[in-house]
Design a binder for this molecule. Structure first.
Ligand code: PHE
Length: 453
């Protein structure tokens, strides 16, 4: 990641890996399985795949393009690329600023659970295949207000210092070397999970044989929200990363690769988890706790389980760092470029804001569980507002801007790297999608999912 605002990524392969580092995170290992489990399995997966291809990828391409065209943070970009007088487009950037804070407020809490599980795994405290014991271990962690807050602050301390000390490049280098290992461990988990007695058939049916009756408007909105969350789009992260892209980077090719790799990690996580859910008698709709109970159970049932379990949670913790750094980059770039703060001060203010916002989210698993707004506790509310409302709204606005204001000639110039890439047909297809199809699709899903009609 870039150290100072207008630093850039130094190699095209580095760009790919940094972008992948933003996309792959707790979204794959924690959010994707829990949402798939809670929303009926295969039907949800099907909608999620469609949302990723028809909505996610086009938005990811044009959002990244805007950042590289303007080479600025999420707010300044719209001042630079919008026609004079059309100041309102920069609302997209402000909304992204808020969404980044909201996401980090609960995301860092979940990352805290993962950090705690590294230690618990190493001590053998979570080596059980019994759903009751696994639930009790997870419950003991999240329902303790002091330890869950402390772990969240550890996460904020770690990621904040990485950004402040300017060692993010080093971290990215470490992360990129370790990610293949995470991939391999997931593969091992899949094999073990699928070979557990009575696991493969119900597990694979749950994931891959859709029951269309379960696809309600709310389920569709959740799948769309996940597609945005997974690809880090609709709130300025990809835009900000795009601003560090090289001129010769092939944006459509890079984003497509990231999307495919990200999808594979999620699918592997799903195949690692659901067969085991049925083999051990876990509840697929358990929600946020699902991964924290099922993954330890699969490891416990294989030789060397404790060691591999510890490594797995450690790698997941590292993967979450890449995602958090990219989230932090949105407010940090805005505060440093627009308000003239140094990077350190900008990072410090951002971390403090997240720590404050994070308290209700983290305590909603314990002492603040009963405090609800729109029937949701703070954790669920932050998640819902960001993924299911702000990111899709950001997506609509980005599409409308590119499709109706920015226009095809500029899009061709940017995505074709000034005519040096032979991809005109592809650019036209992207333009058609973001002008007519994608914004309408998002709007329909959003309004219907929110029960506006
Ligand atoms: N894509 C990340 C994940 O799945 C989360 C994220 C969302 C990161 C939005 C940046 C912006 O874990």
């Amino acid at each position: 990641m870039a150290q100072s605002a207008r630093d850039g990524f130094t190699s095209t392969f580095g760009v790919l890996l940094a972008t992948l580092g933003s996309a792959v995170g707790l979204g794959n290992i924690w959010k994707f399985p829990s949402l798939t489990g809670m929303n009926g399995g295969a039907g949800f997966l099907l909608v999620y795949l469609l949302a990723t291809l028809l909505v996610g990828l086009p938005v990811m391409i044009v959002e990244t393009m805007l950042g590289r065209a303007a080479r600025a943070n999420a707010i300044t970009t719209f001042e630079k690329v919008a026609p004079r007088g059309q100041w309102w487009w920069k609302i997209i950037g402000w909304m992204g600023f808020l969404a980044a804070l909201l996401i980090m407020a609960f995301y860092s809490g979940v990352a805290g659970w993962v950090y705690a599980y590294v230690i618990k795994a190493a001590m053998g405290e979570i080596s059980t295949t019994d759903p009751k014991a696994a639930g009790a271990a997870f419950g003991a962690l999240v329902s303790n207000p002091v330890s869950s807050l402390l772990w969240q602050w550890v996460v904020l301390g770690v990621t904040g210092s990485i950004i402040m000390l300017g060692v993010s490049r080093g971290i990215e280098a470490v992360a990129r070397k370790l990610m293949p290992l995470l991939f391999i461990l997931l593969l091992v988990l899949c094999v073990r999970s699928l070979t557990l007695p009575g696991a493969a058939a119900p597990g694979l049916a749950f994931l891959f044989s859709p029951d269309l009756a379960k696809i309600t408007p709310a389920v569709v909105l959740t799948a769309l929200g996940l597609a945005f969350f997974k690809l880090s789009i609709g709130m300025g992260t990809m835009l900000t990363y795009g601003s560090y892209f090289r001129e010769d980077q092939n944006i459509p090719a890079t984003t497509t690769r990231v999307m495919l790799a990200d999808l594979s990690v999620s699918l592997l996580a799903g195949i690692a988890i659901f067969p085991a859910v049925f083999a051990f008698g876990f509840e697929p709709a358990a929600g946020p706790s699902l991964v924290f109970m099922t993954i330890p159970a699969v490891f416990t049932s294989m030789p060397g389980g404790t060691v591999f379990m510890t490594i797995f949670f450690l790698l997941t913790a590292i993967a979450s760092v890449g995602a958090i750094l990219s989230l932090l980059e949105v407010p940090v770039a805005i505060l440093s470029e627009r308000f003239g703060y140094g990077r350190k001060r900008a990072s410090l203010y951002t971390i403090l804001a997240i720590a404050l916002l994070g308290v209700p989210a983290t305590l909603s698993q314990s002492v603040m569980a009963e405090i609800k707004v729109f029937g949701m506790n703070a954790f669920d509310l932050y998640d819902f507002l960001s993924s299911n409302v702000m990111l899709p709204l950001g997506g609509i606005l980005i599409c409308l801007f590119v499709g109706w204001v920015y226009g095809l000639p500029q899009l061709e110039k940017q995505l074709g790297n000034d005519g040096s890439l032979p991809n005109r047909g592809l650019i036209r297809a992207v333009f058609f999608l973001v002008r007519y199809v994608t914004p309408l699709l998002i709007a329909l899903v959003l309004l219907h999912g929110l029960k506006v009609f």
